[in-house]
Design a protein around this ligand. Structure first.
Ligand code: GLN
Length: 500
């Protein structure tokens, strides 16, 4: 996080990408804020099933970018992919709006729900990787402002992430099941604003440092495929495939977990068996795989936000302020609010430590991130210890936990990502980025599995660990993240030597 560079001028294109991404994240996090509440309250899913849907949905949201990035590089270019993906996500939200309208007619609402979800997954796959890669393309290679540009872009992500749950929660999470549809509509409108921003400003402002257009389709790409209606049609086909994937995973056989492991193993095999890489490069790649492994434990506990922690906000948190009952969905904006407010503080600490020559290594910072996550869960576990079923605790527990989790995110997430940029051999840069996304996909899927353990009166077991109440549930995450943090602290020095 380079603070001085933010004072220098950035290209206007950065702010076009900022606004486009902000509206998209508004849509994603706004919809996610009410998703499990909608499923449980309106669609009569039990918490277990709603958690599974959440895991498969968010898992695939992180997997389709592999495909979207690949197609854009070879055929569509970033610009058109962003517009097509954004349009399909807007359509997805409008389909979910109808699903929300007909929620009490399961025969109609169910197919609409899965169709809408499929569009969100397919659209995101073409939006997210392409918009992220355009940020860097605005600058000359090696420009020192690129780091600051990504920091500003991250603020755009979190401005959307803060506003989405509040606006969608305000209109949709009212206690009346018929109102959830307004949250989907708000998400759809936000997505249209994202499309409009692109359509108006893309051509003029998305240019490189010399003023040449960036993110266009590669020369020689078949022109028929470059018409927006054809692209949207293609994404619909993809959404049908993803709907089938989610549906089969939830209702027929749970395969997604294994598929993701197989993907990572296959990529590891491809890279490690490549004779053109020398031992030093392979060591660096080994660091990236190790880091990805630990990151899984982070995100699978962190992403409880959209599932079990929202059940907790809804059922076990005292939200009545006397003059206003805070909707449970609002709590999902806390992470983003804390990112925007705390990121400068964390950046300042690293700079201060850097000046004193005491800045921790990247693996050590990531271990700190995991430890902060464990502490957040320890905090909330303290809040529910000995509290009887059905009693609501103060919202201070949830708020404090989200603050600690955000400090953890700020230690781990930007650092993990930049490690990939620094350590990946050029030849395998994209494939290793795919490992990072697949680790995220796996973590989100796993988050759904863990959320399904949310206590409902019966004792459940997770690899021998008994969960009878909320305290046991939260302690599971303390153990998981705490153990991962401890092992990573122990490995940090060794990983550091492998990186240099
Ligand atoms: N909150 C960030 C985003 O939405 C990062 C999430 C992640 O990497 N899992 O882009």
């Amino acid at each position: 996080m380079n603070q001085t560079a933010t004072q220098q001028g950035h290209p206007k294109g950065l702010y076009v990408l900022f606004a486009t991404e902000m509206w998209e994240r508004f849509n994603y996090y706004g919809m996610r804020a009410i998703l499990v509440l909608f499923l449980v309250k309106a669609m009569a899913f039990n918490q277990d099933a709603a958690s599974q849907v959440y895991g498969s949905y968010t898992g695939l949201v992180y997997l389709t970018p592999l495909f979207g990035g690949y197609i854009a590089d070879r055929y569509w270019g970033n610009k058109r992919s962003i517009i097509a993906g954004a349009l399909v996500m807007a359509i997805g939200e409008f389909i979910l709006f109808f699903c929300g309208h007909y929620y009490d007619n399961a025969a109609l609402a169910m197919p609409l729900f899965y169709t809408g979800l499929g569009c969100m997954i397919a659209g995101n796959g073409f939006f997210k990787p392409n918009i992220s890669s355009m940020v860097g393309q605005l600058y000359k290679k090696g420009d020192s402002k690129i780091d600051a540009a990504y920091t500003i872009f991250y603020m755009g992500i979190n401005t959307g992430g803060a506003l989405g749950p509040i606006v969608c929660g305000f209109f949709g999470d009212t206690g009346n099941n018929g109102d959830f549809k307004w949250a989907f509509l708000a998400g759809g409108i936000a997505m249209l604003l994202s499309v409009i921003t692109q359509v108006i400003f893309q051509k003029k402002y998305l240019v490189d440092a010399d003023g040449a257009s960036i993110g266009d389709a590669p020369k020689g790409a078949p022109t028929l495929f470059l018409k927006i209606p054809v692209m949207v049609g293609f994404l619909f086909l993809l959404s049908v495939v993803t709907i089938a994937l989610v549906y089969i995973d939830i209702n027929v056989v749970s395969y997604l977990f294994w598929l993701l492991i197989a993907c990572i193993l296959l990529i590891a095999f491809i890279i490690f068996s490549d004779a053109s890489l020398d031992a030093l490069e392979k060591k660096k790649v080994a660091v990236l795989f190790t880091v990805s492994f630990f990151v899984i434990f982070f995100w699978s506990a962190f992403e409880q936000a959209g599932a079990s922690l929202t059940f907790f906000a809804s059922e076990n948190t005292q939200r009545d302020l006397g003059f206003y009952v805070v909707p449970a969905s609002f709590f999902q904006s806390l992470n983003s609010i804390f990112v925007v407010t705390l990121a400068p503080l964390v950046a300042w600490v690293w700079i201060k430590l850097g000046k004193a020559n005491r800045e921790p290594s990247s693996p050590f910072k990531m271990a700190m991130g995991l430890m902060l996550l464990a502490l957040g869960y320890l905090w909330i576990a303290t809040g529910v210890k000995g509290v009887g079923a059905g009693i609501k605790v103060s919202m201070i527990w949830l708020i404090g936990m989200y603050m600690m989790h955000t400090f953890g995110e700020l230690c781990l997430s930007p650092i993990g990502l930049s490690l990939f940029n620094k350590l990946a051999p050029v030849k395998f840069a994209s494939l290793l980025m795919a490992v990072w996304f697949t680790a995220n996909a796996f973590a989100n899927k796993f988050a759904g599995v863990l959320s399904s353990l949310y206590p409902d009166g019966k004792t459940t077991y997770f690899v021998g660990y008994a969960i009878a109440n909320l305290y046991d549930f939260f302690i599971l995450f303390v153990i998981m993240a705490g153990a991962a943090a401890t092992i990573l602290f122990l490995l940090a020095r060794k990983l550091k030597t492998m990186m240099d």
